[in-house]
Design a protein around this ligand. Structure first.
Ligand code: FES
Length: 152
């Protein structure tokens, strides 16, 4: 694993601090944008925390990602207002444009990860999606490929 140095630095920063497991894992996650099994195993080896406990925390909290993530995160809203504004057709268009098959959520080139989320807090713009911190509202399927081009 080639992130050992970075992880060592994070472990040193939290060394001995109570309740540090969650922020420690969050920082480790930032290195690769997800928590790999190797990273969790390494943290366990270097701390007194059992791997089962680390894995338990990583699977319990939604902010932890256990699969590789794309460079850009797309959040498509499936909340009620967006749902009734046909968010499904936006989702379908996104999956087609990104060429995601089956239950894949990250493109093969590692550029995009697509996530379905509940209300993004801007229902008047339904249907809505966010790419990283940018919000796109009043979406129609035809607008998707043009929006995605900006992020390649
Ligand atoms: S339901 Fe989609 S933003 Fe609120």
């Amino acid at each position: 694993m080639n992130n050992q140095k970075a992880i060592d630095g994070i472990i040193a920063k939290y060394n001995g601090k109570k309740g540090a497991l969650i922020p420690l894992l969050q920082e480790v996650q930032e290195i690769d944008r997800y928590l790999s099994k190797d990273a969790m195993r390494y943290v366990s080896e270097k701390t007194d925390v059992k791997l089962a406990q680390i894995y338990g925390v990583a699977t319990f909290y939604t902010m932890f990602r256990l699969k590789p993530q794309g460079k850009h995160i797309i959040r498509i809203c499936k909340g009620t207002a967006c749902h009734v504004s046909d968010a499904n057709s936006i989702l379908k268009q996104l999956r087609e444009t990104l060429q995601l098959e089956g239950d894949e959520d990250t493109t093969k080139n590692g550029i995009f990860t697509l996530m379905e989320v509940a209300c993004l807090g801007c229902c008047s713009l339904a249907p809505v999606m966010m790419i990283n911190d940018d919000t796109f509202g009043k979406l129609v399927p035809e607008s998707i490929s043009e929006i995605l081009k900006k992020y390649k």
